[in-house]
Ligand binder design. Structure first.
Ligand SMILES: NC(=O)c1ccc[n+]([C@@H]2O[C@H](COP(=O)([O-])OP(=O)(O)OC[C@H]3O[C@@H](n4cnc5c(N)ncnc54)[C@H](OP(=O)(O)O)[C@@H]3O)[C@@H](O)[C@H]2O)c1
Length: 369
């Protein structure tokens, strides 16, 4: 029969402790729960990671400034600090089985915390991004895999990027690659680097994916980027968060791309999927890329997910072999639209998507050509 541990005895050891019996024992429990430190945790990708860990019985400590959604996990231990100030004093004590870092953008921030935590955590998982790849240097005849060349930050990027807010569209990828190097330097074969593509779903404040369900649900003639056969890749934040936690819990290491899907999803399939799932009365007008560019319709943000010429695709074999699974796209469409209608801050201007007047103007010009 197993002799119960007390909670007090359970804390303090890094891995499952042997059974002990203490005089004056507190509430008896089994072997101590594993402990996870999340650097971040309270905006978009962090919450599903935290929820997955809690559901698996792990104890979770958060490190952040306490500004974003402080009401989300009121019962979790919060170590406060500001990465921009290299203020990690609250982490100077404690041991954790694993760290998951969702808020790393600047290599100096990572170097400081990795050095501070060395010897006190079992493994370090960094959430990086597919933006690290030097797409121009990657083989053109195959999806981009984890061995493809990555971008390097310039001296100026390293020098001028002190705070997360200083990161630009141009420096984001190279600096993420440099963050990866810091994690590997400190944690070696105990590091896991996850490179997600576009992350979508409920609570996405970027509005990029959300535009499409919202626009199609509104109905009428929808401007769509022709020809519709180009592939789109994204991942539901809930699938990604669950899998990142599971990969860490399973002790996975190395570098893994993380985006959908096992079989190609085209733009036309996505848009028609939105129409069907949402029961929308919409029609699609597929406008040539050259025409869109002549009308100064911007890619990716203004006409979300559109990449002129079609974007590169990314290899997923490793992630799938490491257990990554994908919910049906219809679920992501339906849940994102439900969140958008019920919970998205209606006062917040849309960050992505075509202005309705401009859409009507471009459609009229397309029909009149
Ligand atoms: N969205 C995408 O499509 C996409 C694609 C590829 C990769 N990614 C990567 O995925 C990750 C997703 O991030 P997320 O925002 O969803 O993560 P999150 O963990 O849900 O939220 C960000 C966390 O960082 C904390 N934070 C922000 N600034 C901080 C600072 N100066 N010091 C300490 N803590 C700070 C925030 O709390 P406080 O504000 O309270 O400090 C918050 O808890 C990022 O690493 C991103 O690069 C995203």
């Amino acid at each position: 029969m197993e002799i119960p541990l007390t909670r007090r005895a359970a804390l303090g050891a890094l891995s499952s402790a042997p059974a002990l019996a203490l005089a004056g024992a507190e509430r008896p429990i089994g072997p101590r729960p594993k402990r996870l430190l999340v650097l971040g945790g309270t905006r978009f990708l962090g919450p599903p990671i935290v929820r997955a860990a809690l559901a698996a019985g792990w104890e979770v400590t958060l490190f952040n400034r306490g500004r974003s959604a402080p009401e989300l996990f009121p019962d979790l231990e919060l170590r406060k600090g500001d990465r921009n100030e290299l203020d990690y004093a609250s982490l100077s004590e404690g041991t954790w089985d694993a760290v998951i870092d969702t808020s790393a953008y600047v290599p100096a921030h990572v170097e400081a915390v990795a050095r501070l935590l060395e010897g006190r955590v079992g493994s370090y998982c960094l959430v990086s991004a597919l933006s690290v790849y030097d797409e121009a240097a990657a083989r053109e005849d195959a999806p981009i895999d984890e061995g493809a060349p990555v971008l390097e930050p310039t001296e100026a990027m390293l020098r001028d990027t002190k705070r997360i807010q200083d990161v630009t569209g141009a420096s984001y990828g190279p600096l993420k690659a440099a963050c990866e190097d810091e994690v590997r330097a400190a944690f070696g074969d105990q590091s896991l680097v996850v490179r997600p593509g576009l992350i979508v779903g409920p609570e996405d404040s970027s509005d990029r994916f959300t535009y499409w369900p919202a626009r199609i649900a509104r109905g009428g003639e929808v401007l769509a980027p022709g020809p519709g056969t180009q592939g789109v890749q994204f991942i539901d934040v809930r699938d990604l968060g669950q899998w990142i936690f599971e990969a860490v819990a399973a002790g996975r290491t190395g570098t893994l791309n993380a985006v959908g899907f096992p079989t190609e999803l085209t733009f036309a399939e996505l848009l028609h999927g939105c129409k069907v799932v949402l029961g929308a009365e919409a029609t699609f007008t597929w406008v040539d890329e050259e025409f869109l560019q002549a009308q100064e319709v911007g890619p990716w943000m203004e006409l979300p997910l559109w990449i002129p010429g079609g974007g590169r695709t990314f290899a997923l074999d490793r992630a799938i072999a490491a257990g990554l699974t994908f919910r049906p796209v219809g679920d992501t469409i339906r849940d994102t639209q439900a969140w958008q209608l019920e919970s998205r801050d209606a006062e917040r201007p849309w960050r992505a998507g075509l202005d309705p007047e401009k859409e009507a103007r471009v459609l009229a010009a397309w029909h009149a050509r």
